[in-house]
Each structure stands twice: as C-alpha cells, then as structure tokens.
Design a protein around this ligand. Sequence first.
Ligand code: FES
Length: 112
Amino acid sequence: MSETKSYYGRHIFFCLNDRKNGEDSCAHHNAQDGFDRCKAQVKAAGLAGPGKVRVNKAGCLDRCAAGPVAVVYPEAVWYTYVDANDIDEIVESHLKNGQVVERLLTPPHLGR
Ligand code: FES
C-alpha cells in the first residue's frame, strides 16, 4: 500500500462569514483581523508553504455561537480567539510547535 503524505503539515481555516441579515457571524467579531494577523505571523516565522503551514479563509463553519473560530488540521482542534495576542499564541505554540493552546479551545458544546 502506498503512503500518502499531506501537502501541508498543518492547515488552519478561519471562518470569515459576514451575514448581512442582522444575524451574528464571525466577521462581526474581527475575524478578518485574526486571519490577516495569522497569515502575517506564519509568513514572518518562516512557517508558510508546502510541508509547513497554510492559512486559509473559510465560509461559515457552523460553530457561529463560538465565533470567531478557526480550526487546525490534521488535529481538528478548534479555537475561539479574541485578539492578536491569541493569534500569536496559536501560531507560536500550535502551528510552530504542535502544542495545543488549551485556554483558547472552543467549548465543545457550542455549535451554530
Ligand atoms: S459565522 Fe463563523 S462559524 Fe458560522
């Protein structure tokens, strides 16, 4: 059997969904700033690229009640972040060193 190797070592998806109908969504909680910060920090740390880390935009991930959220694969770890310090910690601890940031974990019961 052939072994498949993941193109990226880790992949983080940020929900950037912006609802215009009055309902809440991650874009109303500075999700774009979080995404931009993560992208810049990953690049600055030399973590971006094949075999390393990819930072991607996503639409609604259906966990809006916990927003703004981001999810890291392959571990499938969900984060709820607030500010740039939170993003920096996710980059340094998880994306760089594989250590989950427990204090930012999305509460497991929160969905849409
Ligand atoms: S709006 Fe972000 S998870 Fe639904």
